[in-house]
Design a protein around this ligand. Sequence first.
Ligand code: GFB
Length: 314
Amino acid sequence: MDKNSRIFIAGHRGMVGSAIKRKLESNGYTNLLCKTHNGLDLTDQKAVNEFFQSEKPEYVFLAAAKVGGILANSTYPAEFIYQNIMIEANVIHAAYTYGAKKLLFLGSSCIYPKFAPQPMKEEYLLTGELEVTNEAYAIAKIAGIRLCKHYNQQYGTNFMSVMPTNLYGQNDNFDLESSHVMPALIRKFHEAKVEGKPEIVIWGTGLPRREFLHVDDMADACVHLMENYDESDVGEFVNIGVGKDITIQELAELIGDIVGYEGEIVYDTSKPDGTPQKLLDVSRLNGLGWEARISLKDGITETYEWYKSGNEPA
Ligand code: GFB
């Protein structure tokens, strides 16, 4: 990528897209193409084609997606499968049609089988049943990965896919119904502390294990891959994570310490646990010269400060 290459960040207002934008800007890229949802509806094929025809992006970061936590995924499966499939199909096909040089598609670690051996290697994809709470989203993301693979195979495109673990950081969604566990717990602990509540409620048993990657590390990895590698180097896709996980209970205790909450933690076992463990094998990524730098404690502290400062999404 040259510093003045035309780079399209699909989803630049989301948590991941905004972090990629910050990273590209700090690396000196000057020609970033960004469109708000009102300016360009990525589920509208005609609009996407017109955008690609007029702007001819050379590099595409496909970070736009309908995302959410365990409750949103299981409550609105039709929206998750429809919107994600439409966005992926439209953007990937337009990138091919209008000759993008390279595209980076973001998958998700939840697309591996529910009971995949841990840590999960790239080759475990499609070797078993999916987790029911996010099956719709997972099917859509698998479709995106296979779109890239088959366009490369048939048309000789250079479309890479990456498989991030659970992400967190600034511009995350802190809505308690639709968010992931990290922002939900930061908010719950903060409000409980401010309001002097004697206990806070965590969903599920607290026993599931999750791996958390700060979104600035994620953006750094995406830009590193885009700058230095082609699809033939990464294989079908590459995991992006830290290679370490913790239980939801340990996460809650860590957030409680950072926030300074001294009340009790109780577990609402009527809420789903989801996949028992999600831990990525990151050896392929390490072999491509990248590893995560931001510790969980530092990342949560920074995210909590951002949350408290009342920042609006970029
Ligand atoms: O982050 P999360 O919503 O999604 O939940 P997944 C992770 C774990 O935290 C589950 C528990 O075991 C939840 O039951 N948990 C505890 C909570 N308290 C809370 C809370 O207040 N809010 C939330 N949200 N969870 C998602 C997928 O799975 O991961 C998506 O549904 C996506 O498709 C995303 O892949 C990365 O890690 O279970």
